[in-house]
Design a binder for this molecule. Structure first.
Ligand code: NAD
Length: 442
């Protein structure tokens, strides 16, 4: 059983951190280094993957810690360039542990294939006909993806939507099992479109998946006792109340909801990228889902528990006065096919996650999303976001000013403590430190 608690991990030098990670993961350090060396993607493979390649582009690969989901510990692979995302989410995941971690559930991995028609002479009759012949349509669809059928997936339902003025769209709901499913679903849409046109007399338009994968949602919840929320000089109850107010702000204002949801995606996208998944699909689905009521809304909300006995849906481990976070969003993730075929780093990321199904990966990514949201709201409700962010951002600023090796930490600390995290201040500090080293060496 993997533990996601590795105390002091962030303080270790890189080489020792790699040893500690390899030990927890049960792999050799050489395996880790070979999978992630050169970003896990060599240029020759890259050249076969997309067009017009002239190189590759690396990002940091980190481990998110402390995450517990449905009673199990997970190490979370995270690929992201933004300082403080990994630290903040790991810190919040530790707070959630105090209430038993994250509780997650997932829909079946069902994607939507859209077949669009226009100039349909009789939309009502066409709809009746398509619904009557649903079984025949599903059978035709399944014949296009025999390998998926062999793995237990396949077409589960057909829905017809009237878009007005002779426009009609047929949704085929396809269980993609452990694949993200875009190509599978597109194959199906193309395979059935001729028959649909014949039956309805309409003109065929687009045949492609929908990224608003609202048939493939995950729901995440956590309940946290106030004592676990205490922040420098702020009592737990006060932090809890501040988070609830921040959540209400997001519900009342789309301008805030966008930033609230960006904070959620801070936890989700790094897992999506680290496991070779399509983050544009995930982003499109998340934001379309956030706007499904016609008003852009927060994907996660926070409330104070009135106690399990008083809740409409009694929740595990929840007690009166605890902070409860809840989130629902579509996540179209795969653990087979796509980029995983070609990207060694992504395969390593998937191994790190320890998940066995695409649904489990979606729940894991979403848990990290809710953790990220908690971290951001807690900081905003107390000391403000900049303090934690700047402490970590100071390192990039120090590097930008030319610091290397041990000087990075020294310069970063100095400019952070002086409350002046700028490249100019870092340059001045670097000059001061290097000249004092030089005079000490004379
Ligand atoms: P894919 O084409 O690699 O298909 C998945 C393959 O895995 C299938 O051949 C399937 O038979 C096989 N498979 C093996 N084990 C399986 C299992 N346990 N469960 C299910 N399938 C199994 O990939 P895909 O998932 O169909 O499509 C994903 C790719 O499509 C991504 O690279 C994505 O970027 C891209 N894409 C996305 C969009 C979009 O989101 N709008 C559009 C087009 C393409």
């Amino acid at each position: 059983m993997v533990t996601s608690r590795i105390p002091g991990f962030y303080k270790l030098p890189l080489v020792e951190r790699r040893h500690a990670a390899a030990e927890v993961l049960g792999v050799k350090v050489s395996e880790l280094e070979s999978a992630l060396g050169l970003g896990g993607f060599d240029v020759k493979t890259a050249d076969k993957t997309i067009e017009n390649v002239v190189g590759t582009y690396a990002l940091p690969f980190a481990l998110g810690l402390n995450l517990q989901m449905n009673g199990r510990d997970y190490l979370v692979p995270m690929v992201v360039e933004e300082p403080s995302v990994v630290a903040a989410a790991s810190n919040a995941a530790k707070m959630a542990r105090a209430g038993g971690g994250f509780f997650a559930e997932s829909d079946e991995p069902i994607m939507i294939a859209q077949v669009q028609l226009d100039r349909v002479p009789d939309v009502r009759e066409a709809t009746r006909l398509l619904i009557d012949r649903k079984a025949e349509l599903c059978e035709l669809a399944d014949r296009a993806v025999p390998n998926l059928i062999a793995r237990g997936g396949g077409t589960r339902d057909v829905i017809v939507r009237d878009l007005g003025e002779g426009w009609l769209v047929v949704h085929l709901l396809v269980d993609c099992r452990d694949a993200m499913g875009a190509n599978l679903v597109n194959t199906i849409a193309e395979a059935v479109s001729g028959r649909i046109a014949l039956w309805t007399g309409g003109r065929i338009g687009l045949r492609i998946l929908s990224n608003l994968a609202d048939t493939r949602c995950v729901r995440i919840r956590c309940a946290i006792p106030p004592h676990a929320l205490v922040a420098e000089g702020h009592a737990g109850e006060r932090v809890r109340d501040g988070i609830v107010r921040a959540s209400e702000f997001a519900s009342r204002d789309p301008y805030r909801a966008a930033t609230h949801n960006k904070g959620i995606m801070n936890g989700i996208d790094p897992v999506v990228i680290a496991t070779g998944n399509d983050w544009r699909a995930v982003e499109a689905g998340a934001h379309a889902f956030a706007a499904r009521s016609g008003r852009y809304s927060p994907l996660a909300t926070w409330r104070i528990s009135r106690g399990a006995l008083n809740e409409a849906r009694p929740a595990e481990g929840e007690e009166e006065g605890w902070l409860v976070g809840e989130m629902e969003l579509p996540l179209q993730l795969g653990i087979v096919g796509g980029t995983l075929r070609v990207h060694e780093g992504a395969r390593f990321g998937l191994m790190v996650s320890g998940v066995e199904t695409a649904q489990e990966l979606a729940m894991l990514a979403a848990s990290m999303g809710l953790a990220s949201n908690l971290a951001a709201l807690r900081a905003l409700a107390t000391v403000g976001i900049q303090k934690g962010h700047m402490a970590l951002h100071a390192r990039s600023v120090a590097i930008a000013a030319g610091a290397t090796g041990d000087l990075v930490e020294s310069v970063a600390l100095a400019i952070f403590e002086a409350n002046n995290v700028t490249v100019d201040a870092a340059r001045a500090e670097l000059m001061k430190l290097t000249s004092s080293f030089a005079s000490a060496a004379q």
